[in-house]
Write a protein that binds this ligand. Structure first.
Ligand code: MG
Length: 346
């Protein structure tokens, strides 16, 4: 008798961004992603690696890594821990490429089990936090246009870290009273100035500050968190499970992204550890298709904040099935991660 084996396929894809995406240190109009499919016994799971260039992965590195994998040695997708231990051990780094395998395997296994992952984990989907909508660094006219696009959302995320931080917030405040998360992307270097600015931001309706200082500024960050009237959230300072203990006591919370931490398996472990350490949790994303976002959304009912707008920032999403109603992702109960490709020929 022929025993079934896991089969993996992958295809490079370019996400087209609606607006040029500007961070404190870079800007771009496309993001390379690798789309994956894992097949077993007539069922297909979908995955994705999103690889913004500043993180060091590319179509080439992902193709190289995925080609090394010998998944046909596995004949039971339910052995998810063993399979993903193997994938993680094949080469260091390659976190987004690893996530593309992890997500496809979760989607496949959920389909075999007939359950969505939030159901398998026992999460209440009605507890989904509102998704924040990102406003990049830009001219006042562009910011005003983006705010019009952001009308359905209940919370905004604003990129700070240049010399016009107060101006950006004042522009936004002149148009809306929505709560604002700010992401500084390591852009502030002086802790006292950072603290003064955080007090000012709090008066202007800002609710949290993500990665205010460089990830290496550990002592300054611990001091800032201790004195800050707003929660501080580690993003660049936290990648994988092993980093959680390093940021504990230094930040008030963490931003978990599947592409940083190799996928849903490790994100779930990070979230569990964060709860035990009383760290707040944001589920975040890169610019991604609805595949990566739907995978992250499965974990998000347990998060304090959801920053899952990556698929809303692109014009060529190859998947459908992810619904956003009244500023919140509404998880469906389709097995796996709940999305399907618009075009079946990956
Ligand atoms: Mg960030």
């Amino acid at each position: 008798m022929n025993r079934q084996r896991l089969a993996l396929r992958f295809k490079p894809y370019h996400l087209q961004l609606k607006n040029t995406f500007t961070l404190a240190r870079s800007s771009r109009t496309t993001t390379p992603v690798m789309l994956t499919e894992m097949e077993y016994n007539g069922l297909t799971g979908y995955g994705e690696a999103s690889m913004p260039p500043y993180l060091g992965e590319s179509h080439e590195t992902a193709a190289q890594f995925l080609s090394l994998l010998k998944l046909d040695q596995f004949n039971d997708p339910a052995q998810l821990e063993n399979i993903l231990d193997y994938v993680d051990g094949v080469a260091p780094g390659n976190c987004a490429a690893k996530a593309s395998v992890d997500i496809a395997l979760h989607d496949l296994l959920g389909k075999m089990m007939g359950q969505a992952w939030y159901q398998i984990w026992g999460y209440d989907r009605t507890l989904m936090p509102p998704t924040s909508f990102t406003i990049g660094l830009d001219t006042e006219a562009v910011v005003r246009q983006k705010l019009r696009d952001a009308a359905p959302y209940k919370i905004l995320k604003v990129k700070l870290g240049r010399d016009n931080d107060r101006e950006m917030i004042e522009t936004i405040r002149s148009m809306t009273d929505l709560p604002i998360c700010v992401d500084v992307n390591q852009g502030w270097s002086d802790r006292q100035q950072a603290l003064d600015l955080i007090f000012w931001l709090k008066e202007h309706g800002v609710v949290l500050v993500e990665q205010p200082m460089p990830k290496t500024a550990i002592d300054d960050m611990a001091w800032l968190t201790q004195h800050s009237p707003l929660p501080t959230v580690a993003d660049e300072a936290l990648q994988r499970l092993e980093d959680v203990k390093k940021v504990h006591g230094v930040y008030s919370g963490i931003n978990i992204k599947l592409m940083k931490c190799t996928g849903m398996r490790e994100a779930h472990k990070i979230m569990t550890l964060a709860e035990a350490l009383d760290l707040k949790v944001m589920m975040g994303c890169m610019t991604e298709t609805s595949c990566g976002i739907a995978a992250a959304a499965q974990l998000s009912p347990r998060a304090d904040w959801a920053d899952l707008d990556g698929n809303l920032l692109i014009t060529n999403d190859p998947f459908e099935g992810l619904k956003l109603i009244d500023g919140k992702i509404v998880l469906n109960n389709h097995p796996g991660i709940g999305i399907k490709p618009r075009d079946l020929s990956i």
